[in-house]
Write a protein that binds this ligand. Structure first.
Ligand code: ASP
Length: 456
């Protein structure tokens, strides 16, 4: 059995929903489909989830929301009309939204999540109706009733492990009904122990798909979006990129995602990763394309480097003290200051007499920076301390590097020939990636020269 997930652009209008139905009906193994809320139909359009958030915020402030509500109802009604579905569905969606808007507003987070969840919930009802119109049996399944139990903060929830068993049993019960329906499941939300609708972080329908794949022990998780392949580098940085990744391992994806690769939110793949389920990223608009596979293991062939990612906004805190290597507890005391200020560090390359801590700029605001630097100076008495913002990290990723001599040499030579100054190099013992620290102003050039070295 395959679990499929379709993102917002795949259900943005009736024509897209037709493609979803075609894809689902083309393969009898596709038994469970997870859908997002309708996304943008064009560059200047607004996603239904964003419309719902703005509606909820206005309702909380006591503003008039009639126009906003009407616009959301119309997004669904236009899909219903263009698909030739019964008017009753649009009416049901309008009533559902009215009920949500009129509900208790005393808990702001709960009210926002209830409204956000309406996007995928009603999208699933429409897709189920569209499949039925095509003659297929299809059943909408409500995540709260099926046992998608979540915990943690509203808008940032995580799954309770007991849910896997509940979800498996609820979905099996539907799949085994006499007419063998396709299960249509809304993404993005579940219910907490107080019975309140709760959502995952934004983009969370990917998480729902991965959870259902694991719960159903699916043969694979097909994640449909609007690209033919995941490119080896970000096309915004290297516009002439032509090299797609046909297969990568979970570990490679994690390394690339860490450095800003927009494949998946790392958290989204965890349930599928734990269950060892292969993920296939595919294009709704071009279903013939094989897409990109993310697999537990792969045979490493001539393609040693699978991808190059880069991310901005890193801060370097460089601490230098003569004979630091003899001072017992120096590293612990330094890290303790960061811990007590609630700042996580990303990397910590060291020299004989120095340590550099690399942090995400967004997690190290200027007021915290001032406090931390003052404490380092007074508690550790370093000879020198330098804090610099606007650094970038480049990750060259590939499992095959373990068995290949010279990848680091090729990368450093390419950077040198491109005139890029490397500020820092790091390769851990797993040898799955090499990390380079460069100035933000040199980030794009660094990625370009590395791409041409390894892929052109
Ligand atoms: N609709 C939600 C969002 O826009 C969740 C998703 O599409 O995955 O974030």
């Amino acid at each position: 059995m395959k679990v499929c997930k379709f993102g917002g652009s795949s259900v943005a209008d009736a024509a897209q929903v037709c493609k979803v139905c075609d894809i689902m009906l083309a393969d009898r193994q596709r038994r469970v489909v997870v859908v997002s809320a309708p996304g943008k139909r064009g560059k200047s359009d607004t996603k239904v989830t964003d419309m719902l958030i703005s509606l909820a915020e206005k309702a909380l402030e006591g503003y008039d929301i009639d126009k906003d509500l009407e616009a959301i109802v119309e997004r669904y009604a236009s899909i219903q009309r263009d698909l030739g579905l019964d008017d009753a569905i649009a009416k049901e969606i309008a009533d559902d939204l009215q009920t949500r808007v009129a509900s208790d507003k005393s808990d702001r987070g709960a009210f926002l999540d209830l409204l956000k969840a309406a996007g995928e919930d009603n999208s699933a009802k429409l897709v189920a109706a569209a499949l039925r119109k095509r003659g297929a049996a299809a059943a909408y399944v409500n995540p709260a009733k099926a046992g998608m139990l979540l915990e943690g903060e509203m808008g940032d929830a995580t799954l309770c492990d007991v849910s896997y068993g509940f979800l498996h049993d609820s979905i099996e019960r539907v799949l085994w009904q006499p007419d063998n329906p396709i299960v249509v499941f809304p993404g993005f939300f579940g219910v907490n122990r107080d019975g309140k609708i709760t959502t995952f972080p934004r983009g969370g329908s990917d998480i729902t798909g991965a959870i259902l794949s694991a719960a159903m022990k699916a043969e694979c998780y097909e994640n449909f979006t609007d690209v033919d392949t995941v490119y080896a580098v970000d096309p915004r940085v290297v516009p002439d990129v032509h090299h797609g990744i046909s297969e990568m391992t979970y570990r490679e994806m994690r390394e690339l995602a860490y450095a800003g690769f927009g494949v998946f939110h790392d958290e989204a793949v965890m349930p599928a990763f734990r269950a060892g389920i292969p993920i296939n990223i595919r294009n709704t608009n071009h279903p013939e394309a094989p897409g990109t596979w993310i697999v537990p293991n792969r045979r490493v062939d001539s393609c040693k480097v699978v991808g190059i990612a880069s991310d901005s906004d890193f801060v370097h805190v460089y601490v230098d003290k003569y004979m630091m290597n003899r001072e017992v507890g120096f590293g612990r005391k330094l890290l303790q200051i960061f811990e007590e200020e609630g700042v996580a560090f990303e990397h910590m390359p060291t020299g004989i007499d120095n340590i550099t801590l690399i942090l995400r700029g967004s997690k190290f605001p200027p007021d915290v920076q001032d406090r931390v630097l003052r404490r380092i100076k007074s508690d550790l008495k370093p000879d020198n301390i330098i804090c610099e913002r606007d650094h970038a990290l480049i990750m060259v990723v590939g499992e095959g590097m373990q068995h290949t001599v010279g990848t680091a040499a090729r990368a450093t030579r390419a950077l040198a020939e491109g005139g890029v100054n490397i500020e820092l190099i790091n390769q851990d013992a797993s040898e799955i990636s090499i990390m380079f620290g460069v100035r933000e102003s040199e980030r794009a050039k660094a990625v370009q020269v590395l791409y041409h070295e390894f892929f052109a």
